[in-house]
Ligand binder design. Structure first.
Ligand code: SF4
Length: 371
């Protein structure tokens, strides 16, 4: 089988791994296997070459297309094949970086070695110095994680579930504390000791709706990972049944649920919210059609906040004000107090959302008509 044919299969098998990208962008409209459009920080789409090294896997994750019990053709790319194929894409301007994931071939150690070797060939043999995101395999050794981090811009390790019990609903072959949480802790320790390693940080991914975990459990786990292992960000993949897996008859997860989890997760990671400020229904789920920030604001007794005096912590709790606009408000009001809503609008505040929650020089703004 040719490298291109293998890539077609392995790139399709990697479709459930999510990532973003943190560098400059070029665009590509080329339709070749393995081109994945990640979302950059400014919202633009960035083409990455995303593939599995192999779709062989020793693990039995019950939702996964590659799980050990499924019967299908197993393929593997060698580090040499993969690096050459990637460079062909990169040098032709089809992609801006590599996102390399893998099932577990023969052993965890050997698969990690092949992942590292691919990155090593690119960096050392070909002098490639652009973006590489490497997936760390649960159970990987500390030494292999360190070497992967020395070569990558970003690394990630999928937690898959928010709790030990939740993971045991999905798989019998991974130990939540040992194979996953301990490894995330090592990633954090390595990055603290080696500031140049995986400079774009470490991330994780969770499959939502593949088990009975609630949104509260998911967000509590993320909150703890942001605080304990300095997680850069989390991805929520909505469970969707795959034919031939043990979960093939299980109901798909509503993608509104993952959208709400992203909103709520941003409140924890970027807005410094406490999980206790968030509002859940009687089943500890987020409300599917209500903005988590507005729901939280309705329960707070800090409003209306005075734009010209309120501390940062209160400003970012206002719907329509994000971390950037809150910082701008603080910088500007030092020199000159705000007098009109239009001035807020000009610096990025979504005034329509914010006006019922703010005061300007003592005037309650929902009473003012600026339109
Ligand atoms: S570890 Fe689990 S999710 Fe990852 S490839 Fe193997 S079976 Fe699939």
């Amino acid at each position: 089988m040719s490298t291109l044919e293998k890539m077609q299969v392995l790139a399709d098998s990697a479709q459930y791994d999510l990532c973003d990208y943190v560098s400059h962008s070029k665009s590509s409209q080329v339709n070749l296997p393995g081109i994945y459009h990640a979302t950059g920080h400014n919202g633009c789409k960035i083409p990455l070459f995303k593939t599995l090294l192999t779709n062989k896997c020793k693990n039995d994750c019950k939702y996964c297309i590659n799980q050990s019990k499924r019967n299908f053709t197993r393929l593997e790319l060698s580090p040499e094949e993969l690096s050459k194929a990637f460079l062909h894409y990169y040098n032709n301007g089809y992609v801006n970086g590599l996102f390399l994931s893998s099932g577990i071939g023969d052993t965890i150690d050997n698969t990690m070695e092949k992942t590292i070797e691919t990155a090593r060939i690119l960096r050392k043999d070909y002098g490639y110095d652009d973006y590489i995101h490497l997936k760390i395999i649960p159970g990987a050794s500390k030494d292999s994680i360190k070497r992967a981090m020395s070569l990558a811009n970003r690394v990630s390790l999928n937690i898959e579930a928010a709790t030990k019990d939740g993971l045991s609903e999905i798989t019998t072959t991974k130990d939540y504390n040992k194979d996953i949480l301990k490894r995330l802790d090592w990633m954090n320790q390595i990055s603290k000791k080696n500031p140049g390693f995986a400079k774009s940080g470490h991330t994780t991914q969770l499959i939502v709706g593949s088990n009975d975990e609630t949104d509260l459990e998911i967000l509590k786990r993320m909150d703890s990972l942001y605080k304990k292992v300095d997680l850069r960000r989390s991805y929520f993949s909505a469970f969707s049944p795959v034919e031939g897996t043990e979960f093939e008859k299980k109901e798909s997860c509503n993608t509104n649920r993952t959208a709400q989890l992203y909103h709520a997760d941003a409140l924890l990671s970027d807005y410094e919210f406490d999980i206790k400020e968030m509002v859940f229904d009687e089943n500890d789920k987020l409300f599917l059609n209500e903005d988590p920030k507005i729901l939280a604001a309705r329960e707070m007794n800090i409003f209306p906040v005075e734009i010209n005096y309120a501390p940062y912590k209160q400003l970012i709790r206002v719907p329509g004000i994000g971390p950037k606009s809150a910082k701008r408000i603080i910088n500007i009001r030092r020199k000159k107090p705000f007098k009109k809503l239009e001035e807020l609008q000009r610096i990025g505040v979504v005034v329509k959302r914010a006006e019922s929650y703010i005061k300007l020089n003592g005037n309650y703004q929902s009473a003012l008509d600026i339109y």
